[in-house]
Design a protein around this ligand. Structure first.
Ligand SMILES: COc1ccc(C(=O)NC2CCC2)cc1-c1cc(C(C)=O)n2cccnc12
Length: 120
């Protein structure tokens, strides 16, 4: 519809659905909350824009994302941060790589067509 508030609500519903689908692929909840310097030494010095699923959820709820692309950009940032800070042989790097590929498939044009066709 061309009703902005309806469109915003639909986008929020879509993003919340995608967020849940992505969170399911992080059963160990390694991406659920912000990484602290306590569990990852020097993290805040090395990673300039931290991102995690809880922060993404808050952004959806406060209408920070006005497009799917903005949501996907934060998701990719979250995965890329983990592949920057952690060495390739760590569980965090490997989990981030798997999550990134799963996420890009989920938000790719093919899958989105089916999702969008299911919307009201
Ligand atoms: C919210 O962040 C976390 C929360 C919990 C855990 C955790 O449960 N780690 C145990 C699984 C093997 C030790 C790890 C992390 C964690 C994420 C990350 C990321 C995402 O880089 N990380 C990097 C180094 C050390 N720990 C972590």
């Amino acid at each position: 519809t061309n009703n902005p508030s309806e469109n915003r609500q639909t986008l929020q519903q879509l993003l919340t659905h995608l967020l849940r689908a992505l969170e399911r692929r992080d059963p160990q909840q390694l991406f659920a909350w912000p990484v602290t310097d306590r569990i990852a030494p020097n993290y805040s010095r090395l990673i300039s824009k931290p991102m995690d699923f809880e922060t993404i959820r808050r952004s959806i709820q406060s209408d920070l994302y006005t497009s799917l692309n903005a949501f996907v950009a934060d998701f990719k940032l979250m995965c890329e941060n983990a592949m920057t800070y952690n060495q390739p042989e760590t569980i965090y790097y490997k989990a981030a790589k798997r999550l990134l590929h799963a996420g890009l498939k989920l938000t790719g044009p093919e899958k989105l067509k089916t999702l969008l066709s299911a919307l009201p």
